[in-house]
Design a protein around this ligand. Structure first.
Ligand code: NI
Length: 220
């Protein structure tokens, strides 16, 4: 399941992140790519050890953890350190699969949070490739897409302007994407029922099923 979530950051918060990035040190993105992805990765990335970005990393992570839709969809247990990338004209990130393990953490859910407006740069779409075709995403600043980290994907060449995004990965309590989707649907239905009828007997039964499926599937 892929999910586009708007307003993860407010316009003010996007500005805060962008101004921190303007002062940060950027290095060749190949430094954090696996040996095969390195061949197709052409972008700039904020230095992971640049502690001037700790505050904005914490801000974004706290917004993600507080986002009900994201937490219901991803069931995150932990995050890898967030990456910030800049892709300038002529740069791209060709088709690749993300590493399954990063810093000892299994990557189940990948996400890209867009930090500049789509009209401010040409190209730079995130394209997710699947057996039945591909879908491309170029979203407003403050909006993110979360998708299973099990997919091949790429970033199209940027033709003008600069594409700036935050990318990250979550280790989910639920390894399997189909199980995460089932839990997301059940939880969504349960919350809608609660909004309509309050804490009914049906709500309690759905809550019991959700809770016990989590117990059955969760890897804590
Ligand atoms: Ni990737």
């Amino acid at each position: 399941m892929r999910l586009v979530i708007g307003n993860v950051l407010s316009a003010d918060e996007v500005r805060t992140v962008r101004s921190a990035l303007a002062k940060a040190r950027f290095v060749d993105g190949r430094e954090t790519a696996g040996f095969a992805a390195r061949l197709v990765k052409h972008n700039r990335q904020a230095a992971v050890r640049d502690h001037s970005l700790d505050t904005v990393r914490e801000l974004i992570e706290s917004r993600l953890r507080a986002n009900d839709v994201f937490t219901m969809a991803a069931r995150p247990k932990a995050f890898t350190p967030l990456l910030f990338s800049k892709t300038a004209p002529g740069m791209e990130y060709g088709t690749h699969i993300d590493d399954a393990l990063m810093r000892g953490l299994r990557t189940d859910v990948a996400f890209t949070l867009f930090l500049c407006e789509p009209k401010s740069y040409g190209g730079g779409e995130l394209v997710i490739e699947d057996h039945d075709g591909e879908d491309s995403y170029k979203l407003p600043a403050g909006t993110m897409i979360a998708y299973p980290a099990t997919t091949l994907h790429r970033v199209n060449p940027v033709t003008r302007g600069t594409r700036i995004v935050c990318a990250g990965w979550a280790r989910s309590f639920i390894r399997d994407a189909a199980q995460r989707e089932l839990l997301f649907d059940l939880d969504t239905a349960r919350r809608r029922l609660f909004a309509r009828d309050g804490k009914s007997a049906d709500f309690d039964l759905l809550s019991k099923s959700l809770s016990n499926l989590l117990r059955m599937w969760a890897e804590d």
